[in-house]
Ligand binder design. Structure first.
Ligand SMILES: N[C@H](CCC[C@H](N)C(=O)O)C(=O)O
Length: 288
């Protein structure tokens, strides 16, 4: 099957985008993994499928698969690229659309300066909804929020880290580090991602607080490994920092791939994420 695709990136988090508005391609996990493969396929952190409206009042459906072929609930950098894609392909003439994802409706908006702002919805803190298995654990109260001690690996080698746990539709565990450049992302990332207390695994954030309006962030993503940026990870990190009393309501997030700006007015409010969305090239590929 010959498939047309568009390669895009948002702050270096890169995507293969498929226009499935005329017909679902019906791809398998193996085919998603092939498209994401940086040696045998196109190469991407996630594969984004643009599908027709599922209901009145909703413009599109947005389906996301990680590089490991697994479908996931949300992708922030992908949502910005989604908006650029539907605009460039003439699938909408509007600068904002309503998009159904597995975790709810999001509203990306194309700004005059070329960046894209997305209402990512409100963060979720109930551990059962992240999901995070807190049974038998005693939280550490910090700010107006709880932190959890996680033992990584076997008790012998076990790092014990303190994480904030929350969902942006997808699960995140965020820890504060002195310096993201020396943080043990490669070693701790997989141990956090696959920690048994996260039944659906988790995205692992490593946040360095520069000042109350700026952080540096690295994320070891569930199903994709460390990426140059993670949009939902940036939202989760800023929300965690605000709840710990360490950040103001508007924060610039410096990732290895670029700058994102996150705004959150507090409990009950949505998180707004603003950042770049770039079309790199289009092509076709033969799928077995
Ligand atoms: N790896 C994530 C999905 C992609 C999130 C990230 N690329 C973003 O920009 O939010 C997960 O398994 O929940």
């Amino acid at each position: 099957m010959r498939v047309h695709f568009t390669k895009m990136q948002g702050a270096g988090n890169d995507f293969v985008v498929l226009d499935e508005t005329s017909a679902d391609l019906g791809l398998t996990p193996d085919q998603y993994r092939f498209l994401a493969d940086r040696h045998f396929g196109v190469g991407a952190d996630q594969i984004l499928s643009v599908r027709p409206s599922p209901a009145p009042g909703i413009d599109f459906q947005y389906v996301i698969h990680n590089a490991d072929g697994g479908e996931v609930e949300q992708c922030g950098n992908g949502a910005r690229c989604f908006m650029r894609f539907v605009h460039e392909r003439g699938l909408t003439s509007r600068d904002t659309v309503r998009v159904q994802t597995l975790s709810g409706v999001i509203e990306p908006r194309l700004n005059a300066d070329g960046r894209v702002t997305v209402d990512m919805g409100a963060p979720i803190f109930e551990t059962a909804r992240v999901p995070f298995d807190a049974d038998g654990l005693h939280p550490l109260a910090r700010g107006d929020w709880e932190q959890w001690h996680l033992v990584l690996g076997s008790r012998a080698e076990g790092d014990v880290i303190s994480v904030g746990v929350l969902s942006m539709g997808n699960p995140h565990a965020v820890q504060i580090v002195e310096d993201v450049d020396t943080a043990p992302v490669a070693r701790q990332g997989p141990l956090i991602e696959n920690h048994p207390r996260f039944p659906q695994r988790v995205n692992a954030g490593f946040m360095q607080i520069v000042d109350r309006g700026r952080i540096r962030l690295r994320v070891f993503e569930r199903g994709s490994g460390e990426t140059l940026a993670c949009g939902t990870g940036a939202c989760a990190a800023v929300v965690a920092g605000i709840r710990l009393g360490l950040l103001d309501a508007r924060v610039d997030v410096q990732t290895r791939g670029g700058l994102l700006t996150i705004e959150w007015a507090g409990l009950g409010h949505p998180v707004l994420m603003t950042g770049p969305a770039v079309t790199v090239f289009a092509g076709e590929i033969e799928l077995a």
